[in-house]
Design a protein around this ligand. Structure first.
Ligand code: PLP
Length: 429
């Protein structure tokens, strides 16, 4: 029998879960910390990774696994896991292959929380980062590598700088140095971009954003493409390619192969020890959000484009950045990687700088001031005084965040209402 085609829209709705006869139509919430076994021997096999099954929800839970499988199918990966947050996803994705003494090359245009995780907290743990421009040339990228470099990291569309990463170039250089490219695909979502198709090896998400989409549940996800050959670079990745003493000497890359090693190690070792697990309730809400992701992304993008065009023509607006806007610095790259649309976030500055930005935001009636983005409801933020306030001016510039930047996250409301709201707020300046 011929396989029925499953396009991205179909996977949003039906991916990861096909109920059998008489089983629940919706993904069941398995609200249980633990699972029962008949013999200690049965359970022992699970602990030894000799059999697969559930034993404790800190490591794995059926609801979380089902939703992770849906995201895995959307990204076209080989294995995936949910985490408690996007921060945990990025931490695990990097720490799974880089520890004390190692080095990572990262784009400087990344989410403020990720920058802090890398530049401050992971540095304290002994992992060094070199930040490069998202526009770095091949030569500049090559120059950032060291013998102990273990990964390259970037965001498809950076939050909030809205730079678009040349994924193919970053992947090529990473692979020439024998390391994987990790891409945070939160803003584009797999509906608009699937980084594995361009050579990325690991994808992460803050599912808190468009995937949940309703401001309901903090969460994260890591997806493995199953294409990076760890054993070919075994000297660089001892954690995957030599026996793990904390798991009776299992060698992940041998036992679970190219498609399963990365996620199995992150689950069996990092989740066991750090416990940044997503709750089954949150995973259920995430699964619900995913069902309409493709429909919502279309509206987010068309609303954002209309607003970007409106802002670009307004005399009180100093500048506008939106990769879907013709003439934007990243328009051509966006067309290549995201031909159907980019995201719903528009960054801009109003004349009068920081003070005017704060006044403008206060005057909005539909757009709410929130430490949030990528939600069905329109919201906005002044990163320099919120998510990026730990950065000095030089670091802000490198991250593509000017002091007057307003991050406007377009929801799925009526676009004319949103434009009228912006118009009224601009009139008060
Ligand atoms: C929000 C965000 C994160 C962090 O995710 P949380 O779920 O808030 O922990 C990471 N990367 C990007 C691009 C984000 O927008």
């Amino acid at each position: 029998m011929a396989e029925i085609k499953r396009s991205i829209e179909t996977l949003c709705v039906q991916g990861g879960y096909t109920p059998g006869n008489g089983e629940p139509r919706q993904i069941p919430i398995v609200q249980s910390t633990t699972f029962k076994y008949s013999t200690s021997e049965d359970m022992g096999k699970l602990f030894d990774l000799e059999a697969s099954g559930y034993f404790y929800s800190r490591l794995q839970n059926p609801t979380c696994d089902t939703v992770a499988r849906r995201i895995c199918e959307l990204e076209g990966g080989s294995a995936a896991m949910l985490t408690s947050s996007g921060q945990a996803a990025n931490f695990f994705a990097v720490f799974n292959i880089a520890s004390a003494g190692d080095h990572v090359v990262a784009s400087s245009a990344i989410y403020g929380g990720t920058y802090n995780l890398f530049a401050v907290t992971m540095k304290r743990m002994g992992v060094e980062f070199t930040f490069v421009s998202p526009d770095a040339t091949e030569e500049e990228l090559n120059a950032a590598f060291r013998p102990e470099t273990k990964a390259v990291f970037g965001e498809t569309i950076a939050n909030p700088a809205l730079t678009v990463l040349d994924i193919e170039l970053f992947a090529k250089v990473a692979h020439e140095h024998g390391v994987p490219l990790i891409i945070d695909n939160t803003f584009a979502t797999p509906v608009n971009c699937r980084p594995f198709e361009w050579g990325a090896d690991i994808v992460t998400h803050s599912t808190t954003k468009y995937m949940d989409g309703h401001g309901s549940a903090v969460g994260g996800c890591i997806v493995d493409s199953g294409k990076f050959d760890w054993m070919k670079h075994a000297d660089k990745f001892p954690g995957l390619c030599t026996p793990d003493d904390s798991y009776h000497g299992v060698t992940y890359a041998e036992k679970f192969g190219i498609e399963g090693a990365f996620i199995t190690k992150a689950t069996a070792q990092l989740m066991r020890d750090f416990g940044c697990t997503q709750s089954p309730q949150s995973a259920f809400l995430l699964g619900l959000g995913l069902e309409s992701l493709h429909v919502r992304m279309e509206r987010h993008c068309s609303n954002a484009l209309a607003i970007a065009k409106y802002l670009a023509s307004h005399e009180k607006v100093e500048w506008v950045t939106y990769p879907g806007l013709e003439g934007d610095k990243y328009y051509e790259l966006a067309k290549k990687y995201m031909p159907n649309g980019t995201c719903g976030v528009v960054s801009f500055g109003v004349k009068g700088g920081r003070a005017a930005a704060e006044k403008f935001m206060k005057e909005l009636k539909l757009g709410a001031i929130e430490t949030h983005v990528a939600d069905a409801r329109t919201c906005c933020l002044h990163p320099a005084s919120a998510t990026h306030r730990q950065m000095n001016d030089d670091e802000l510039r490198a991250a593509g965040v000017s002091p007057d930047l307003i991050r406007y996250s377009t929801g799925i409301e009526n676009k004319d209402d949103l434009i009228a709201d912006i118009e009224a707020a601009l009139a008060t300046l």
